[in-house]
Design a protein around this ligand. Structure first.
Ligand code: FES
Length: 104
């Protein structure tokens, strides 16, 4: 599995998502406490950027129509979204945040 360094923990504000663009992948990166989650940035309903959404606990709300997704699983918890968004593996080493976009 190959990992790509995308940011550092110091640059991630808890509860403030950031968008990360990697070849073929648009990803929303979210820090919750000392954990970091990565999920597809395109909402499965109408492709709004989830990185512009609001984070509450381990959930993120789409800024366009309000669908809520589970940060850990990418599954929609409320309508109007009915399909999950992808999730990505994250690791933190020495304060740096790495993503893997390869299937597990
Ligand atoms: S685009 Fe996200 S809920 Fe419609």
């Amino acid at each position: 599995m190959s990992w790509v360094k995308v940011t550092s923990m110091d640059d991630l504000v808890p509860g403030a998502p950031v968008r990360v663009d990697l070849p073929g992948h648009r990803i929303a990166l979210v820090r919750v406490g000392d954990d970091v989650y990565a999920l597809g940035d395109r909402c499965s309903h109408a492709e709004a950027s989830l990185a512009e959404g609001e984070v509450v606990d381990h959930e993120i709300e789409c800024p366009r129509h309000g669908a809520v997704f589970d940060l850990k699983t990418g599954k929609p918890l409320t309508l109007p979204a009915t399909r999950p968004v992808p999730t990505y593996r994250v690791k933190v080493e020495d304060g740096d945040v790495y993503l893997s976009v390869e299937p597990s």
